[in-house]
Design a protein around this ligand. Sequence first.
Ligand SMILES: C[S@@+](CC[C@H](N)C(=O)[O-])C[C@H]1O[C@@H](n2cnc3c(N)ncnc32)[C@H](O)[C@@H]1O
Length: 248
Amino acid sequence: MIDPKTDPLDSAYADVHFKDRCCQLITASGARTVCEIGGGRSPLLSLDEVRALKLDYTILDVSAHELRRAPDGYTKVVGDIGALDASSIADRYDFMFSRMVAEHVRDGAAMHRNVFSLLRPDGAAFHLFPTLFAPAFVLNRLLPEQAARRLVVALWPHRASEIPKFPVRYSKCFGPTPRMHRFFEGLGYGIEEYRPFYGTTYAHAVPVLGGLEAWFNTTMARRRSTRFTSYAWLVLRKPRPAGRTAHG
Ligand SMILES: C[S@@+](CC[C@H](N)C(=O)[O-])C[C@H]1O[C@@H](n2cnc3c(N)ncnc32)[C@H](O)[C@@H]1O
């Protein structure tokens, strides 16, 4: 039997390996200024890890409430990555990343444009997000927010009492289709990795429908569908202007 944590197409793999890949990208490029978008109450890197890697680490989150719940010691900025004026803080970060945030942003194109502005030339962005057209996320997108919230509480009462459900939009949250490649390249990014993952945890929570969903996702994984993915991770790089070397 395949272990989902080692099957590179399974969404559990993305979950388990995201942090390692993030740290690899930071250390490989010698990044110092790092911004975690939507880090909220639980930033990916602990303060000890931030110190060990000698990072200047900012958490940017739309919710002041979530940021207040993160430990003291981080630089915290309240802001909507899809609606901020990036011009005043352009070329600020060596590395920006988000995990389970892009699906909440109202205007995904604006988010990726803003990240591009905020990155220094040669800086990289790394995002992990759920994608349409996985059936569970299509349902989540179509259900009115109140109904979706009630469903989450019914399925995971314990988790729902701890973590609020943020409204979802799935703007620009798609797998690595040719169209999405063109979209990111059109913004000026170089695409270093655009990996699809398949499967959600809904299969375990809902008896019959969940089984059908699991079968569907497994079939899509076998076909390497780029349209019916469940999650994607994306490594983007802002090119250095022509003629400039790594040292400026
Ligand atoms: C589902 S939580 C994910 C938290 C964390 N990244 C993780 O993986 O555990 C979504 C986070 O994104 C933040 N968020 C939602 N929309 C945002 C936006 N437009 N700009 C910045 N942060 C946003 C929320 O406040 C929340 O902290």
